[in-house]
Design a protein around this ligand. Structure first.
Ligand code: ZN
Length: 212
């Protein structure tokens, strides 16, 4: 039997983008995305420190296919910072789609970190925007508060969870991804490439039952 993980005072649970638009019925739904909500709620109770991220785009955001003439969702464009996948309009600031899933219940969360609010840059990661240079401030927040290991879950496994986990690792934090509290989009093998990348970087994936 694997050793059970017991979150302590220097651990934080990062809940990524559990928003209506990423759940069935939303503008950019992740299949079964809503199924993680009770798992996330239960997991959060194991943690003193919880941080929630919220994708939060202005209308006309550069990552929206509708902002590029002749393009459709899931096409790619070359942005100033490299290739960018184009998405359906989603998580527009102040809309119902950008709101958290109504079942998400993490009242003790200490920080809601919004990302993707610069019109010209997308931000998958909770740490850096997609230019990999513009910080969100999260690394400094975590360091200043003495938080060392990040448990990461949410939507989607192969995009915002992936890039958040990878950046956390590069920033020197311990990282554990709770896989059954994530769901993936799986665009052109992106779930497999996420697993391969986690293995290469030494990012551990666990199931929620391994926590207590
Ligand atoms: Zn987005």
């Amino acid at each position: 039997m694997t050793e059970r993980l017991v979150p302590g005072p220097h651990d934080a649970f990062i809940v990524v983008d559990v928003q209506n638009d990423f759940c069935p019925g939303g503008c950019l739904p992740v299949a079964q995305g809503d199924e993680i909500v009770p798992v996330v709620n239960a997991l959060a109770r194991h943690f003193e420190h919880v941080i929630i991220t919220q994708d939060w785009h202005p209308a006309g955001h550069h990552s929206f296919a509708s902002s590029h003439s002749g393009k459709k969702p899931f096409d790619r464009v070359e942005a100033s910072y490299g290739p960018q996948i184009l998405w359906p309009d989603h998580c527009v600031q102040g809309t119902e789609g950008a709101a958290f899933h109504k079942g998400l219940s993490v009242p003790h969360a200490e920080l809601v970190l919004r990302k993707g609010y610069h019109r010209e840059i997308d931000s998958y990661s909770a740490f850096y925007e997609n230019d990999h240079r513009t910080p969100t401030g999260l690394a400094g927040y975590l360091r200043e508060r003495g938080l060392r290991t990040m448990f990461v879950a949410g939507l989607a496994f192969d995009f915002c969870v992936r890039y958040s986990a990878e950046d956390a690792k590069r920033e020197g934090f311990g990282v554990v991804v709770v896989e059954d509290a994530c769901r993936g989009i799986d665009l052109e093998g992106s779930v497999l490439s996420t697993r391969n990348s986690f293995a290469a970087l030494g990012i551990r994936c666990v199931q929620s039952a391994e926590l207590q």
